[in-house]
Design a protein around this ligand. Structure first.
Ligand code: GLC
Length: 649
């Protein structure tokens, strides 16, 4: 069969770049040719009519080749090893932690000196919050990037980052970094040139001569930070124009209608692959395509662009998995794994934001029915992809699940959501939570929730009250929340400080660059002298650290807990208890979580619904084995406790 013109062109490019397609670079050359048609089709879905289509497409193919040529040899080897393992990220042996380098350890070198700490805990995967250059005071925690390739001097140098990654590789640790795809800082050189009036770079952003179009966009675009950055457009006096700024006014949205923007950002994606990133966190992918008259979120073109990135990564950086950070409605999140012929071929990983929020719902209500009403959506995740499974991260908690799920559980959505917000803000009578509302929008009545895991679980108030029983409840709730995230399937991702029960850190209020954003309350600065308390028996730190460590070790020892699409939810025999079965071959593990402050009873009948009733159950958390009783008797879970029960006969 004759090669198509596209393939001939591709082969020419490979030859021109001295790619050894018969020996040394054979695997790459094969991938390049194999994915070429799909890459062109996806590219043309967006850019076929664009006057610069041809040049941009050539530039894209060259980016694939030249980034491959600069891929360090050790990562080529790692790519091969991962390919042998298949979907390596489904493993039960990976547990992550997300952290701010400066708040955790001062700088990158400080972090390198802390690798033993992760080893002690059992964490072998790090998500470093953005480390590339970002203007102090206008950084959104690093999510306003002014140079995608230069480590911010606050954290160290590019060499420091490379040295850290080398050390992490030597300790078999995985790395996640962000690509902030949707916007740049207004200090990025593209933005500076645009500000100075350069039309080539103005076309990198969404510029408008006056408010006519911005006013029309505003009618359908939800506000992301209504309090600190209302609206989605900012006036730029230097050039007397308006620019689109969906997040903060210092974060300028990139214009992906321009293929040069796509190619430039793809080159950054592949550059991160060459740094040794194992999972690339694509920040805010839901926002990358804008269309007048829509919410400008989750549009089909955004998915096409992500698929295109995936295809390109498969060619040049095949060991790098992609995470789509889409914190959107349950139905929409699932689409980031790909749909139709791209099922399981878009993002490999997504945040299970729905489940996370539902666990907070259950904790506040003591009722798991809303959680259950959402599972049919969550379970749509295709085989071969996985979740980031988490209770807290650096962002707020959005109650993003659907009203119908709340209705199905028998509640009024408006009252239910109001209760949850009041509960976590600590306003509801009897609430032990010490959180705060974030991004309150009086126009829509929307609000999200800030606060650390420990403070939202009640530890901060309980300590103030000096109440032993409330302290005990808070500590149990912390581990209950972590346990469900840990055993649900997906890569568990801790947030720094939660493993030591850090309560809210209010020091952000004294920093003008942070005080307008209460998400900083749950991004604590680590105090290493205080962290030593983890070695003092009887301290909160020691209990939470030990139990977190035990959760990680328990999961790691049980391959059945890999994410093999092997979760079956149990009939809700008791509304206070969330229960599911994990299965593998002929093994079964029942995972039960009691969201009530007192004991909950589960009929033994529940254990025979999924195949034969086991005669004995081994609890991997307590180490005890108990016989399965009669249908008219009960398995009892004490208040805020859980059980990981393996059927043993
Ligand atoms: C993501 C980040 C969040 C940031 C936003 C804008 O959602 O997680 O912290 O504010 O993107 O970049």
């Amino acid at each position: 069969m004759n090669a198509s013109p596209l393939h001939l062109f591709g082969q020419q490019l490979l030859q021109f770049a001295n790619i050894d397609a018969t020996k040394k670079d054979k695997a790459f050359a094969n991938r390049f040719i194999e994915h070429l048609d799909t890459i062109e089709n996806l590219f043309d879905e967006i850019y076929s009519g664009h006057p610069q289509r041809n040049d941009a497409f050539d530039a894209l193919l060259n980016a694939l080749i030249y980034q491959y040529k600069s891929r360090p040899k050790n990562f080529l080897k790692k790519d091969e090893d991962k390919a042998k393992k298949g979907n390596w990220f489904l493993s039960n042996e990976i547990t992550g932690m997300s952290l701010y380098v400066d708040r955790f350890a001062g700088d990158i070198n400080g972090l390198k000196n802390k690798l033993d700490y992760f080893n002690e805990l059992g964490v072998n995967f790090l998500h470093l919050m953005p480390v590339f250059e970002s203007p102090a005071g206008e950084s959104d925690g690093g999510y306003a990037v002014s140079d995608f390739r230069k480590v911010d001097a606050r954290f160290g140098t590019n060499e420091d980052l490379n040295a850290l990654i080398k050390e992490m590789n030597a300790s078999n640790m995985y790395l996640m970094l962000d690509i902030v795809l949707n916007h740049t800082s207004h200090h990025h050189e593209w933005a500076k040139k645009a500000k100075a009036g350069d039309p080539y770079y103005q076309d990198f952003f969404y510029f408008f001569e006056n408010r006519d179009l911005p006013n029309q966009f505003d009618q359908t675009m939800p506000e992301i930070f209504p309090e600190s950055s209302p609206g989605s457009f900012t006036y730029i006096p230097e050039c007397n124009k308006w620019v689109m700024t969906v997040f903060h006014n210092y974060q300028w949205d990139l214009n992906y209608r321009n293929p040069n923007v796509f190619v430039a950002m793809l080159d950054n994606v592949l550059h991160y692959g060459n740094l040794g990133v194992d999972i690339l966190r694509i920040d805010a992918p839901a926002f990358i395509w804008k269309q007048l008259g829509t919410s400008c979120q989750n549009l089909p073109e955004a998915h096409t662009l992500l698929r295109l990135i995936k295809q390109c990564a498969l060619v040049t950086s095949p060991g790098m998995a992609l995470l789509g950070e889409a914190i959107v409605a349950p139905k929409e999140i699932i689409k980031y794994f790909g749909t139709d012929k791209y099922v399981a071929n878009e993002c490999d990983v997504a945040y299970n934001a729905t489940q996370m929020a539902l666990q907070w719902d259950a904790l506040a209500t003591g009722d798991t029915r809303v959680m259950l009403a959402a599972q049919h959506e969550i379970l749509q995740k295709p085989y071969g992809c996985t979740w980031i499974s988490y209770t807290r991260c650096h962002d707020d908690i959005g109650l993003g699940y659907d009203d119908y799920m709340i209705e199905r559980a028998g509640f009024n959505p408006y009252h239910h959501r109001t209760y949850l917000k009041n509960y976590f803000a600590g306003w509801h009578e009897g609430s032990v939570a010490a959180g705060a509302l974030f991004s309150v929008n009086p126009k829509t009545n929307d609000a999200r929730i800030s606060g650390t895991l420990a403070s939202l679980c009640g530890l901060e108030k309980a300590k103030d009250w000096n109440s032993e029983s409330e302290i005990e409840n808070a500590l149990r709730k912390i581990i209950l929340m972590q346990a469900q995230s840990m055993f649900m399937g997906g890569i568990p991702m801790l947030f720094n400080g939660d493993e030591l029960a850090y309560t809210n850190d209010y020091s952000y209020l004294e920093d003008a660059g942070k005080s307008y954003d209460n998400r900083w309350m749950h991004r604590p600065i680590m105090h290493w002298d205080k962290n030593e308390n983890r070695n003092i028996a009887g301290s909160f730190e020691s209990r939470i650290f030990k139990e977190t460590k035990k959760l990680i070790a328990t999961r790691k020892a049980l391959p059945i807990l890999s994410d093999l699409k092997n979760v079956i939810w149990m009939t809700p025999h008791n509304i206070h208890v969330a229960g599911f079965v994990r299965t593998l071959d002929n093994k079964k593990i029942y995972c039960l979580f009691n969201y009530k402050n007192t004991a909950s009873f589960i009929t033994w009948y529940a254990f025979k619904e999924h195949g034969e009733r086991p005669s004995k159950l081994k609890n991997h958390w307590t180490g005890e084995t108990c016989p399965v009783g009669n249908d008219n008797e009960y398995f009892v879970l004490s208040g805020y406790s859980f059980a990981i029960l393996e059927a043993v006969d």
